[in-house]
Ligand binder design. Structure first.
Ligand code: ATP
Length: 584
């Protein structure tokens, strides 16, 4: 059975608000003070009316009126304070949630990211968190505040006249029940709408990122046509959502009208039967009934926000749960890799597929002792880069074991594993920031001296002289103002700074021109020196000097052995590849 958007989210709100106990206690004190003032102040109006009817002196009447004004003014101040405190509290809570979601998105493996586009994740981190911000403010100010006010107003009426109180309480309870039930039906429709709109964002984000290829392939019109289809579908969902919201609000309004009519009827009947009610008392009951209608109407008005927040909360919950299930893999053992030396690498009967049913690595075994080098060659799509991704634990193996330094990588703390491996991919991702930020990956603890020394070793100081701002040169988003080769140089510098135990170079020099490649050859040699190195390459001469050679074929090791021995054995696959390369 669907749950009310208010009731089902109470647990979430309480969990998120717990760290702010002190501020919440103060907020509640203020909230209760405001409600007490709101309930108590009209008694002076009742007093005023009854005193006036009895012909009391002007000074008595003035005192009642002034006391009413004083209490009302204090209540206004309290209301402003409650609103300000609620705003600050909800921003604190939702910013924490944003951080949690952003951290989760940055940490999750590529499987997670193949299920969610960056656009969709952005919508979830920011869009859904903003809706939750609205929800939490609404929860405190409107839901808790209004429910408390309803209870207080109903209790005040009970106190004045139990029969009217009973009628008002019964009708209010009915109104609240109807509102909560209607809200629960709206949430699932809104959830569908939010999911579709996040998908649409993801679709366009991907197309804008690939705009150059789309233009080059003359595919702009297809992309726009598909975008239009998706917009139409979103519009249809929006219309359905609108209809559900409309029905919800109308049901709310009808229930409110019933509350008012029922109360007035009860008062009329009581007057007819000669109940002992003064004009002041009738005014007071009428005042409380109208006061009770305000929070009920507020709840109706907030229903749309609550439905959106309910849907957003459901989606955030799904994302957090997805993150938690990934964390629950054997990695949580948290054994740290220590020391600075090089580390051995061993694959033992490893099988892996991006889709489980379709393995791209099959029963692969090879071993590289610490401080030695291996070349990994093979045709396009044979699984070379996947080996690097598995070693780095961007994906989990389905069978077999990968050990580094003798430890199963699944038993290692991910941070320490990744801090000991430097991976230089085929293309380097750059970020908006300075050259320094891009080399240090925004780590302010790296000193200028260390950076300049790295640049000198890599012979990047000559390249750096082209920029008057030196390391403060601004890199634009995605590194658009740098060439692919320059981006690759930055990747080498990043690897140097890491002082890794294992270096993986995946076609690392493929984007550097031969002259630059020669210039940094010595630096690359220094990076490799004393470290375990895996070099993935298409060109055989790139890996000819490696100690070991792994020839990949359709996800399996067609051959693995010492490079020199394989080169000298005319029957080996590697020797035949060398012959073909020479003939070509
Ligand atoms: N993220 C991914 N999701 C699904 N399939 C993938 C993914 N990455 C690679 N593949 C598939 O896995 C297989 C091996 O890919 P891999 O990138 O390891 O090959 P490779 O030998 O490095 O190729 P290349 O020499 O072209 O870089 C290919 O069939 C590829 O289509």
């Amino acid at each position: 059975m669907p749950q009310s958007p208010i009731r089902s989210k109470t647990g979430f709100a309480i969990h998120r608000l717990t760290p702010f106990k002190g501020r919440i206690a103060l907020l509640f004190l203020l909230l209760l003070t405001g409600i007490a003032l709101q309930i108590y102040s009209p008694r002076y109006v009742q007093l005023f009316i009854d005193q006036a009817k009895q012909g009391s002196e002007l000074s008595v009447l003035t005192t009642s009126a002034l006391l009413f004004l004083l209490l009302t003014s204090i209540r206004q101040v309290v209301t402003v304070a409650v609103q300000a405190m609620t705003g600050e509290l909800t921003w604190n809570v939702t910013n924490r949630l944003r951080l949690e979601l952003a951290g989760l998105c940055l940490e999750r493996d590529s499987n997670f990211h193949s299920r969610h586009t960056p656009g969709e994740l952005l919508e979830r981190i920011d869009g859904d968190a903003s809706k939750l911000n609205n929800f939490l403010s609404a929860f405190i100010l409107k839901v808790i505040g209004n429910h408390l006010l309803i209870v207080a107003a109903a209790a005040a009426i009970w106190f004045i006249h139990p029969v009217v109180g009973a009628a008002v309480t019964g009708l209010s309870a009915l109104a609240l029940y109807v509102l909560h039930r209607m809200g629960s039906y709206g949430t699932s429709t809104v959830r569908r709408y939010l999911a579709e709109s996040a998908e649409l964002l993801g679709y366009m984000e991907e197309r804008i990122a690939g705009r150059e290829d789309i233009r080059a392939l003359n595919a702009t019109s297809h992309v726009l046509a598909s975008y239009y289809d998706r917009l139409r579908s979103l519009y249809r969902t929006r219309k359905r959502t609108g209809a559900v919201l409309g029905i919800t609000l109308n049901a709310g309004e009808v229930t409110l009208a019933a509350v008012l009519a029922g109360t007035l009827l009860a008062l009329g009947l009581l007057s007819l039967h000669g109940a002992d009610l003064t004009i002041g008392t009738i005014f007071l009951v009428y005042y409380y009934v109208t006061m009770l209608l305000v929070p009920l109407r507020n709840i109706v008005a907030e229903m749309s926000d609550l439905q959106q927040a309910g849907a957003a909360l459901h989606r955030v919950g799904e994302l957090l749960a997805e993150g938690r299930s990934a964390e629950a893999s054997p990695s949580s053992e948290n054994c740290r890799l220590t020391g600075e030396g090089s580390l051995s690498v061993r694959f033992e009967q490893v099988t892996f597929g991006y889709e489980v049913a379709n393995p791209v690595i099959r029963a692969l075994s090879f071993e590289v002792p610490a401080g030695r080098t291996i070349g990994i060659v093979g045709r396009t799509g044979s699984g070379k880069s996947t080996i690097a991704k598995l070693l780095f634990r961007l994906f989990e193996t389905q069978q077999g074991t990968i050990t580094i330094g003798g430890d199963d990588i699944r038993s290692l703390d991910q941070d320490s594993l990744r801090s000991r491996i430097a991976y230089i991919p085929q293309s380097t991702q750059l970020f908006e920031g300075t050259l320094r930020d891009n080399i240090t990956m925004f780590d302010p603890s790296v000193s200028n001296d260390e950076l300049y020394e790295t640049m000198r070793i890599l012979h990047m100081n000559v390249w750096l002289e082209h920029f008057p701002q030196s390391l403060d040169k601004l890199v634009s988003r995605d590194g658009q103002n740098l060439s692919a080769g320059e981006a690759q140089l930055i990747a080498f510098a990043r690897a140097f700074l890491k002082r890794p135990g294992i270096v993986i170079m995946d076609e690392a020099s493929s984007r550097i021109d031969p002259a630059t490649e020669r210039t940094i050859a010595e630096a690359v040699a220094r990076l490799m020196s004393g470290r375990t190195v895996l070099v993935i390459a298409h060109k055989l001469d790139t890996v000819a000097s490696m100690d070991y050679m792994l020839v990949m074929q359709n996800g399996t090791a067609a051959e693995f052995g010492e490079t020199r021995q394989l080169a000298q054995d005319p029957s080996s696959v590697y020797a035949s590849m060398l012959r073909k390369a020479r003939e070509a």
